[in-house]
Design a binder for this molecule. Structure first.
Ligand code: HEC
Ligand code: HEC
Ligand code: HEC
Ligand code: HEC
Ligand code: HEC
Ligand code: HEC
Ligand code: HEC
Ligand code: HEC
Length: 392
């Protein structure tokens, strides 16, 4: 008999044995042993041998990205709730919920199409509905988002095959949500051998960037209506001083950052001790407050200077200019990208690799019109004078 297989079986048997003990020897452990091929086996099987990793993963947003609705019951998230359906739909009319963990939820109808209209996107910050693709007739917007929302996605288009036989699902997947095998690859062989050489580990920024991007070429930072668009952390990080970092230089690979204080494993001070010593605001503002301003919008923007996602550009432009200087269109030559010069933009479409002072400072301070936070009023000129050489 092949040695790997013997070891593999031993590993598997001891794991199942451990499970039986946990289950009180009741013998009702119903998880089938994985097949010995390279296929997808599902997170439940990984969890048999990797309990701690499973617990971390299940407390983060990834597994809830797409949740199947069964029995007419609302989805369950560990830290958020999506208690309502759009008007005209009950939970029996919904097959899947998209998101609902961090910012917003969208709904998939009985035929697999994403529900569209004026009040169909549930926003967590307000517990109220807002528009999604309001001009697209309901029942016609296909679900083709699976490459970033599911595990083992195969895009199939209108011709199918369709997940669950739902015509609006333009693809199939092994599991909804970002499960273990979305990052580690199909784990059938590893699950039967327990060999580390049979499973993939990828620590690069590109691995996270296969989903946390928007620009097809992963070069520019698409923007809309005066905000960076969401899910572009990869392009944002690549646009300025952190371009050589991996996401995992700061992030835990399994723990989320939205609701967990352990999701960020390394703070700024560890790599930037000089700036940490010389920060005139002291504890009135954290590094993230200024350098990771919410210049990005996913669901809502409380003010024109504040969206709802922390930007990953980090670099601050200290010129006395507002966000019009941060965005540019294709009319601006590519050579301007990332430079700290002021560029007038008529219809903003992309963001430069810097954040302007209105985003960096008006979450706390206020502009001349009183728009912004509750701190003191400051003009852009006043902010600029103070921001130049801020850490000197
Ligand atoms: C039958 C038990 C078993 C199952 C099921 C199992 N693993 Fe493992 N896994 C192991 C063992 C044993 C190791 C080696 C642990 C060590 O060396 O510390 C391992 C190691 C790993 C590693 C680390 C590899 C490295 O290079 O250090 C990853 C990642 C991993 N498993 C992911 C998975 C995923 C994903 C699944 C589900 C598809 C899965 N495992 C299912 C037993 C299992
Ligand atoms: C978002 C991508 C992602 C998902 C989802 C994911 N992992 Fe991992 N996992 C990683 C990365 C990256 C590493 C390597 C971390 C390192 O070495 O710095 C890793 C490491 C591991 C390890 C080695 C031990 C450790 O923690 O370093 C195991 C075991 C593992 N993962 C199992 C799992 C299991 C089981 C699941 C599902 C419950 C899962 N992973 C889901 C990305 C992921
Ligand atoms: C290129 C990958 C990608 C594609 C394609 C994509 N998304 Fe996402 N989406 C993400 C990522 C990554 C996030 C979370 C990070 C962020 O928003 O910055 C996200 C967040 C979301 C959220 C908010 C999740 C929450 O818990 O609040 C919703 C809702 C959503 N996407 C819907 C969609 C829909 C509908 C489609 C298809 C029409 C789609 N997305 C296509 C990557 C993608
Ligand atoms: C793993 C180390 C590491 C961590 C952690 C880290 N940085 Fe950096 N940072 C760097 C490196 C390397 C550079 C580029 C070289 C330099 O300017 O020192 C850089 C550059 C910068 C720059 C200059 C950017 C530019 O384009 O001019 C800013 C601002 C910055 N970091 C802020 C932060 C903030 C805020 C945090 C915490 C959220 C942080 N850094 C965490 C390593 C790190
Ligand atoms: C297969 C696609 C995919 C991959 C690969 C992926 N992500 Fe995500 N990520 C998402 C989506 C989609 C969301 C939104 C989930 C939600 O909120 O419902 C998300 C949310 C997040 C969040 C916010 C939610 C939370 O739990 O705090 C963080 C942080 C994050 N991802 C980091 C990473 C890192 C780091 C990596 C690489 C190790 C990675 N992601 C790889 C798709 C992906
Ligand atoms: C220099 C450190 C650093 C690096 C590198 C980094 N992040 Fe983050 N990230 C953070 C911090 C800190 C937060 C929490 C921000 C906050 O609480 O305002 C965060 C938050 C997030 C969030 C949640 C958004 C939100 O509004 O809180 C996502 C998603 C995310 N990061 C994804 C990524 C991905 C993907 C990469 C790699 C392309 C990456 N990050 C690289 C430090 C980093
Ligand atoms: C997290 C909140 C926060 C952010 C972000 C913030 N500040 Fe402040 N700032 C304060 C508070 C609090 C004070 C003291 C009370 C006041 O003036 O409102 C202050 C005071 C000031 C003062 C008065 C001088 C002093 O040191 O007391 C200036 C000038 C200033 N900030 C400039 C800036 C600039 C420039 C930025 C952006 C690069 C910025 N602030 C971002 C909270 C913030
Ligand atoms: C009140 C807003 C504010 C806070 C808080 C803040 N910074 Fe900065 N930081 C700035 C501004 C503005 C610049 C740009 C200075 C310049 O270009 O002259 C800057 C520049 C930097 C740079 C680029 C190198 C340099 O010294 O110019 C790094 C690195 C940096 N900050 C790290 C940090 C870290 C780490 C923290 C937390 C300990 C932090 N910053 C807190 C506003 C802030």
């Amino acid at each position: 008999m092949h040695r790997g297989l013997v070891v593999g079986l031993a590993v598997l048997l001891s794991a199942l044995g451990a499970m039986a003990i946990v289950a009180g020897c009741g013998g009702h452990a119903a998880i089938a042993p994985p097949g010995p091929d390279d296929g997808y086996v599902g997170a439940a099987v990984c969890g048999i041998c990797h309990r701690a990793e499973m617990d971390d993963h299940r407390a983060a947003g990834h597994p809830y990205k797409l949740v199947k609705i069964t029995g007419g019951l609302p989805p369950v998230f560990p830290f958020s709730t999506v208690p309502l359906t759009p008007a005209g739909y009950s939970w029996n009319d919904i097959t899947y919920v998209i998101g609902g963990y961090g910012w917003k939820a969208r709904y998939v109808d009985r035929n697999g199409y994403i529900v569209t209209g004026d009040a169909v996107q549930y926003n967590l910050a307000t517990s109220a509905f807002g528009p999604y693709e309001a001009t697209v007739p309901p029942g016609t917007k296909p679900y083709d988002c699976g490459a970033c929302h599911t595990t083992g996605w195969v895009a199939t288009g209108a011709a199918g095959p369709h997940q669950d036989g739902l015509a609006g699902m333009y693809g199939t997947f092994s599991e909804p949500g970002i499960q273990c095998e979305a990052c580690h690859g199909p784990g059938g062989r590893h699950a039967s051998t327990g060999n580390v050489s049979d499973i993939r580990i990828d620590r690069t920024a590109e691995a996270c960037g296969q989903c946390h991007y928007r620009d097809a070429a992963k070069q520019r930072i698409p923007a809309k209506e005066g905000f960076i668009q969401h899910h572009e952390q990869f392009e944002e990080m690549r646009s300025a001083g952190h371009r050589a970092l991996s996401c995992l230089d700061c992030h835990h690979h399994h723990k989320g950052s939205l609701y967990s204080s352990e999701g960020i494993t390394r703070n700024c001070q560890g790599c930037h001790s000089t700036q940490a010593r010389n920060s005139a605001h002291g504890n009135r503002a954290s590094c993230e407050d200024c350098h990771m301003a919410q210049a990005t919008r996913s669901a809502l923007a409380p003010t024109q200077y504040q969206g709802d996602v922390a930007t990953h550009i980090f670099r601050i432009n200290t010129n006395p200019v507002g966000k019009a200087a941060m965005f540019y269109t294709d009319a601006v030559t590519a050579s301007h990208r990332g430079e700290l010069d002021e560029v007038a933009a008529t219809s903003p479409e992309y963001a430069h690799g810097f954040v302007t002072l209105d985003f960096a400072c008006y979450s706390c301070h206020r502009d001349e019109n009183g728009v912004g936070g509750t701190g003191s009023q400051k003009t852009l000129a006043e902010l600029s004078a103070y921001a130049r050489g801020y850490h000197d």
